[in-house]
Each structure stands twice: as C-alpha cells, then as structure tokens.
Design a protein around this ligand. Structure first.
Ligand code: ADP
Length: 325
C-alpha cells in the first residue's frame, strides 16, 4: 500500500513550542507509517509549493528552540477561495491528503476554510495571545507569560528604588489574558484589559491610592489591545504628573515576549496536542482543533471555535483589585 502523506505548517504569529509541535507531528506521523511534509512559511509557502518531506532526524534538536524552524507568514489573500484552491492544488500535486495547521485564531480560520473545501485538516492551538476558544491554554502563552513576569519583576526593583510607577504594556492582541495573568502573578496595582473599558481617571486613582498607602512603587500592566494602551495612558497623565505622586515611566515589552525558549509546560502541551492531531487524522476525524480543556486534550469542531470570543475570567480581575491594596 502507498503510505499516506500529510503536511504540517505553522502560521500567523510565532509562539514558543511550535517547534516541539512540528517535531511531534513528524515523528508520530512517521510512527504511523506516513510520509510527513513540512511546509515553509505558512499558507504563503503552501500556495507556492514550498514543501518537502521531513525525516525524524530533520526535526532533531528543535524541541527546545523558540520560534518555528519552518517559518511563518501572513497571507491576507488566503481569504480568497481561488488562492486557497491554489494551495490545495500544491498539496494534491504531491499526493498529500491531510494537513496539520499549527497557529492561532487567524490560522485556524484558514484551516476551517480549507476543511470546507474538502481537505482533511486538523488545527493545533498555538498563540501567545491565548485568544483561541477550544483551548484553555494555547501553545506559547505560558512561556510568554514567564518572560513578561521576569521583566515585571525587574521593573519592580528599579521602580521601588526611585519611587516610580511603571506602565508595562504586554502583548495579547485583543485578548487580556496575558495582561491579567502577568498582573496577578507580578503583583500589579492595576490591570488594563481590552475586555473591560476603564477610564484613565480610574488608573490615576489606583496610582494615587497606592502612593497614599505608602507604596514604594506601583505597576500597571496594560494589554496592547486595550483602548487606552500604555502610551495613550502616559499621554493622558502628562498634564497631571504631580497629582499621581509617583514619577511615571512606560515600558512596552513587545516581541521579546515571543522569542523565548519554550518552558516545560509549552513543550509538553505542544507534544501532546500534535500527537493528538495525527491521531485525529488516523481516525479519519478532521475539521477540528485540538486543544486543552479542563486538563485534557480535546478536539472541537473548528466552526465552534474560530472567531468565537474566549473572554477572560472577570473574577480574577476582581481578585487582582483586592490583592493590590
Ligand atoms: P494567528 O493565526 O496568529 O491568529 P493571523 O490572524 O495573522 O495569525 O492569521 C494568519 C494567517 O491565517 C493569515 O495571514 C491568513 O493567511 C490566514 N487567515 C486568517 N483569517 C483567515 C480567513 N478568515 N480565511 C482564510 N484564511 C485566513
């Protein structure tokens, strides 16, 4: 019998742990007797036919590395069915009949669209934003959170030496998960997330209150997707510096949050999810996203997760306020 051929690609924003996922797709696929192709540069490479078979050795020594050795890309044109058909034709030309898409919300929208065109696709939830319904934790978010925390801990040291307040902006696109968790674990005085509208005046009150309670420093963790991001908040406070008590500084963490080596949690999650993805394909089950739900690996139909708002735990936001006193 001709061995089955599948392909794996990484798409959208890179996330620590994507390499571990690629490795597990390749090796569990080979274990099933399949040939596994690695597609370069996401959907862009798929449309250009940039794909080659990967052996077990070719995915050696990548488990511990951040980023994605296959490369990632953004291809807005992939929303066009004609462009997707071009990509599918590239797979067909090589006899590939299954695809694993490692990526976030946008990438899984592409996976759903391909699935509706008849391709056997399984998605693996991977984004540092943790904005994908169908997985309580996505690959990369734990590592990104730890990097943000390390930065916050360091800022706290310098802040307390100078009686300063820091506005620290973290990533997360339109999702406040990273900001909320970094805020709680980093002992922030205030957290600003896109999901809950806050007026700059509320933040000013938090800072003032911290000053009056005798705190030596203050930290506000702001999600990049919040209406009042860190830069806008700082601009707002420019006129009322004296009122806050603290001297104010802004630090935007940006892409340093992405580039870390995956921690144990992300390596294990990536490995388990990727193995579950090839198991799904082997069972003839596809059009699904594999993710972590209540501590277990679960597959959910892509049309139930793509574009579905995930939300954040508002109870934790409340807890953060209590802990900031
Ligand atoms: P992420 O997967 O990290 O959320 P993006 O939102 O940038 O990243 O999406 C990655 C890629 O997925 C896009 O550049 C595009 O090629 C593809 N994509 C996004 N949305 C769709 C869609 N609605 N239909 C088809 N492809 C899409």
């Amino acid at each position: 019998m001709v061995p089955r051929k599948i392909a794996v690609l990484t798409s959208g924003g890179d996330a620590p742990g994507m390499n571990a996922a690629i490795r597990a797709v390749v090796r569990t696929g080979i274990d099933k007797g399949w040939e596994v192709f690695g597609v370069r540069n996401g959907y862009a490479g798929m449309c250009d036919g940039q794909m080659e078979p990967l052996g077990a050795r070719e995915v050696g020594n990548i488990l511990q590395r951040g980023g994605t050795f296959l490369g990632s890309a953004r291809l807005p044109e992939f929303k066009d069915p004609a462009v997707r058909a071009r990509g599918m034709a590239q797979l067909e030309a090589k006899g590939i009949d299954g695809l694993v898409v490692i990526g976030g919300n946008g990438s899984q929208s592409g996976a759903l669209a391909l699935s509706r065109m008849g391709l056997a696709v399984v998605g693996v939830a991977s984004t540092i934003d943790n904005d994908l319904a169908g997985s309580e934790m996505t690959i990369g978010v734990d590592t990104a959170l730890n990097i943000a925390l390390e930065a916050i801990d360091r800022l706290r040291v310098t802040a307390s030496s100078h009686k300063r307040a820091f506005l620290v902006e973290v990533m997360g696109r339109n999702c406040g998960y990273l900001a909320l968790m970094a805020g709680i674990a980093g002992g922030a005085d205030s957290v600003v997330v896109p999901e809950v509208e806050v007026a700059p005046e509320d933040i000013a009150r938090d800072l003032q209150g911290a000053w009056e309670r005798g705190k030596a420093h203050a930290l506000v963790v702001v999600a990049e997707g919040a209406r009042h991001n860190a830069v806008r908040l700082a601009q707002h406070f420019e006129q009322e510096k004296g009122r806050l008590g603290f001297d104010l500084r802004v630090t935007t963490l940006g892409h340093v949050q992405r580039g870390g080596a995956p921690g144990a949690f992300d390596r294990l999650l990536a490995t388990r999810l990727a193995a579950a993805a090839t198991d799904q394909l082997a069972r003839g089950e596809h059009g699904r996203l594999v993710g972590l739900m209540r501590g277990e690996i679960r597959a959910t139909p892509l049309d139930e997760v793509v574009g579905v708002p995930k939300g954040i735990d508002l109870g934790l936001l409340q807890l953060q306020k209590v802990l900031a006193q």
